[in-house]
Design a protein around this ligand. Sequence first.
Ligand code: MG
Length: 169
Amino acid sequence: MVSEKLMKALNDQLNYEFESAHYYLAMAAYCADQDLDGFENFFLVQAEEERFHAMKFFNFIKEMDGRVSMQQMREPKNDFNSLKEVFETALSHEESVTKRIYNLMDIAKEERQHATISWLNWFVDEQVEEESTMKGIIKKLERLEGNSHGIFMLDKEMAQRTFTPPTNE
Ligand code: MG
């Protein structure tokens, strides 16, 4: 039995994951406007991943006999001064997601809700990957500062990213 408090926190996170998709679509649109098709693709795939995360919450809430309720989304940041700023914003967004997942985990632990603790572990691992991806790209961008050929090559690399939902879910 999931408490009302934990259920509300799960539902809030479901909404935050959809909001994350919204944030990444705004970043994809900025990259498209800069003719960086590969980076646009990177953020389109990232947005798909976030919708996948949101739907994991959707299904889990249902499985735990809860009721999903959709909330209003905030307007994302649409304007950026540089590609580096886009990724710095993405990293700080992921850091805020991590904090929220940890907070959810704290509530689940307080309530000794073992099913939720076990289920949330996937997200704890996922956040390590998300933050590390963003940090890695920021490092590359710092090294390439002012090197337009390098950015072009990195853009090509970003074009390769595809969305594949994990098969063991
Ligand atoms: Mg997410």
